[in-house]
Design a protein around this ligand. Sequence first.
Ligand code: CA
Length: 229
Amino acid sequence: MRILLAEDDSSIAEAICASLRHGGHAVDHVASGSLADTALRDHNYDLLVLDLGLPALDGSEVLRRLRSRGAGLPVLVVTARDGLPERIRVLDLGADDYLVKPFVLSEFEARVRALLRRASNRGVPELQLGRLRLDLPGHRAWIENDPLELTAREFGLLEALALRADRVTSRTQLIEALCDWDQELTDNGLDIAIHRLRRKLQGSGTGVRTIRGLGYLLEEDGESSGESA
Ligand code: CA
C-alpha cells in the first residue's frame, strides 16, 4: 500500500516511516500542509497519516480540501491536540480515526492495519483466489496450506493485483503501488518482480497474465485447481 505521511516533527516522522516501511508499505513523507495538499492532488494514496499542527497549511484545512474534492481515502489523524471538541471537529471534517500523541507505535500500526483492511477489502482481512489465499494485514500468502515465501515487494505486487483481480492493472499503477519517492522501481525492476512472482505462483492455479499494451491480470490459469469431487 502507498501511504502519505504529513508530519513536521522529524523524529516522529522518522519513527512512523520506519514502522510503515517495515510493514511493507511505500511511504512518502511531507513536512508541511501545503506539500501534503499538492501530493494528495498529484498521487494516489491508500492512506493519509495527518498531523494537525503543520506549517504552511493546517492539517484540518488539508483534510477539508481533500474531502471537498471527493477523495475517499482513509485518514488517520495523529496530533497532540487532545481536547474532545477538537476530536469531534476533526472526525466531522472527514477523518476516519484519531490518535493522540504521544502514542505507542504498536497501537498506531494496529489502527493503520484496521483502516487499510476496511478500505481495501470491506472488512475482510483475507482474500481467496482459487487455491491462493492472502492475509493482507499480515502480509502472508499460502497455496492451500503451504506458505508462499514472498519478499515485501513480491507481496505488494500480488496484493495490488489481487485487489483488482477482475480488472487489468497497468504498469504505472503497479509502480505507484510499490514505490515511494525515496525508492525507485525501474521498468526492469518491475519485470524482475513479476517474473519472480510468476515462478512462485506456479502450481497455485492462479497466474499473472500479460494483457499486451494494457498491463496485467491476476487470474486462475487452469493449470491446476481441479479439486472437483
Ligand atoms: Ca506538528
